[in-house]
Design a protein around this ligand. Sequence first.
Ligand SMILES: *Cc1c(COP(=O)(O)O)cnc(C)c1O
Length: 224
Amino acid sequence: MMSIRENLNKIKSTLPEKVTLVAVSKTKPVSDLMEAYHGGQRIFGENKIQEMVEKYEAMPKDIDWHMIGHVQSNKVKYMASFVRLIHGVDNFKLLKEINKQAKKNDRVIDCLLQIKIAEEDSKFGMSAADASKIIQSKEFSELKHVKIVGVMGMATFTDNQDQIKKEFRFLKYTFDELKKLITENFELQTISMGMSGDYELAIACGSNMIRVGSSIFGDRNYTN
Ligand SMILES: *Cc1c(COP(=O)(O)O)cnc(C)c1O
């Protein structure tokens, strides 16, 4: 079995320069994250705010913490002082709350709009049309403490590569369309798509930020 560092190095050696690797460390102990840290990794993704806060407090402070999971509005305050990027913004109310908490901390928080690209009902996300509407709204232009820097999507959980490719291409298309809109707190640069099983395909479809967990840290055990 390869070590976390070896997994990390192997993945990094294959990535084009413009692709950012988010090491998804949810459920894993700090010791595992530290192994990746010592291997040079500085961007970690978590999907639960409480868990991310605990790891933030326990680890060196030169780490960029990304919230990649579904965000409950009432918990934004716990991460507002340090979170670097929130991937899963899928409604305006949440954006307003992030703005409010970022303001309290005297900062601007970068966000990605999560676009629904999968066919399954279970995946969170907004439609491309809703994203476009929000960005062009007056209410959004008044939020001075959030900045939308990209889009995020999760493909259907399937072995059907054609389907996944279709969904990734749709997210890239959406990104290209939204990029044409110009407002002050909006500057698209990031397309967050691709995980352990599909990041190569995602990159081929235009991704420049991948979220990889199990291929770095090994399988997750949700029962303990
Ligand atoms: C868990 C998770 C990942 C990483 O999944 P792996 O298959 O382990 O690479 C990526 N994105 C999100 C949103 C996740 O919740």
